[in-house]
Design a protein around this ligand. Structure first.
Ligand SMILES: [Mn+2]
Length: 398
């Protein structure tokens, strides 16, 4: 059999308006184009996508159309695009992948093998935490002529994910699939990590775009080459917008000149500028910093204004009883103008209230409430302004 070549793409998060920016939304689409064009240029036998194709369970129609357009080069060359559903885009009924499937642009992988060249491909959609233990991971045996079996999943598994972020172990998966796997192609962790577990290659493709300021190893895809049942992997880099992540520390007298000094020392041309303001609250507002960063050439600016934070006096807390501590928190919360959902979440976190004890699990538990609250907030203020490429968050009102 000749060599089989696959391009592994993951976590493209199409439609994500990072920092409320349409520029960023277009970046996510452009980078997806790049990955698809790479697959077409290299004339791979198939593209596999391990979830979070879309950022949202209900992507906008333009986002879905943009995705369908992006896939055209593959259709022209007869290169199939195989996908699974990630946790970000997961819905309770039909999946967006199904709509694209009707246009023949996309095929969903499942527990029956899909054979490409001499590779058997399998897929399991992101599993809800509540059904993980009872879910059926059993795969149908691969056909005789397939020399290599690869399963696609969208989960945080250890290894290669670190124990602190992982929800489950790779071993658990390998035991439950009932098929010898050569490769476990993963999505969800936006980092290109890999490991070797009981003879199976396990790896994360990483994300095609930086979805958060601390995701330094994104903008990547993986080229898989399978020759004589031997799987090798090469990481390819995409061209993505530069980022500049920094803070501006203010002392009492620092004004606009100080901000300009700091900005002058950075190359912000066409960059995403992610700026934290620390120190004393002074004359310069967060919005003025945003404007100055844009004037310095940044394409997208997001400012976290953390000035004027009050350090907690640890000695005085230790002097309080545990009971007193809780009432001190209640008192302080009452002074803050927090929404009902924020107060509810604070309560649940502080009391442990049945929350999953992993970060990802707790986030899954809280997400529906946050989405509802966000929706309610937007309904309150009417249509958001579409043209702002900037966001600002402030800590309280000191
Ligand atoms: Mn993701």
């Amino acid at each position: 059999m000749p060599e089989t070549r696959l391009l592994h793409i993951s976590d493209t998060h199409l439609g994500k308006r990072q920092y409320g920016s349409d520029v960023r939304r277009d970046d996510f689409a452009d980078t997806f184009d790049q990955a698809i064009n790479l697959a077409a240029e290299r004339d791979v036998d198939a593209v596999i996508h391990t979830g979070d194709l879309f950022d949202d369970p209900v992507p906008s129609l333009p986002t879905v159309m943009r995705c369908a357009d992006a896939l055209e080069p593959l259709e022209e060359r007869g290169i199939p695009f195989y996908g699974i559903v990630g946790n970000h885009e997961r819905k309770n009924d039909d999946q967006w992948l199904d709509l694209l499937r009707r246009t023949n642009a996309v095929t969903r992988l499942d527990r029956e093998p899909t054979v490409v060249g001499d590779v058997a491909l399998y897929g399991i959609d992101a599993v809800r935490p509540s059904v993980w233990d009872t879910a059926d991971f059993g795969l149908e045996a691969s056909p005789e002529d397939a020399e290599c079996s690869i399963l696609c999943m969208h989960e945080l598994l250890e290894p290669p994910a670190e124990e602190i972020v992982a929800n489950h172990s790779v071993e658990d998966v390998l035991e439950r699939v009932n098929v010898e796997l050569d490769g476990l192609a993963l999505g969800d962790l936006h980092q290109p990590k890999s490991a070797h577990v009981d003879g199976t290659d396990v790896w994360y493709a990483s994300a095609t775009e930086r979805c958060a300021k601390d995701q330094l190893e994104t903008g990547l895809v993986q080229l898989l080459e399978i020759d004589d049942g031997e799987l090798t992997r090469r990481q390819l880099e995409l061209e993505t917008r530069p980022w500049s992540v920094f803070h501006i520390a203010f002392s009492e007298d620092d004004g606009a000149d100080h901000v300009r000094d700091v900005l002058d020392r950075r190359d912000l041309e066409n960059a995403v500028a992610k700026v934290e303001l620390t120190g004393e609250r002074g004359a310069v507002t967060a919005n003025e910093v945003i404007q100055m960063a844009r004037d310095a050439g940044a394409a997208v600016v997001s400012v976290d204004d953390n000035r004027g934070r009050v350090d907690i006096d640890v000695d005085s807390i230790e002097a309080m009883s545990l009971q007193g501590l809780d009432s001190a928190i209640e008192e302080r919360l009452a002074d803050e103008d927090l929404s009902e959902v924020a107060l509810d979440i604070d309560g649940r976190v502080r009391e442990g209230d049945g929350l999953n004890d992993t970060v990802g699990g707790a986030a899954d538990d809280l997400e529906p409430d946050l989405r509802d609250a966000q929706q309610a907030a937007f309904d309150d203020i009417g249509e958001p302004n579409e043209n702002h490429d900037t966001t600002v968050t402030t800590e309280g009102d000191e």
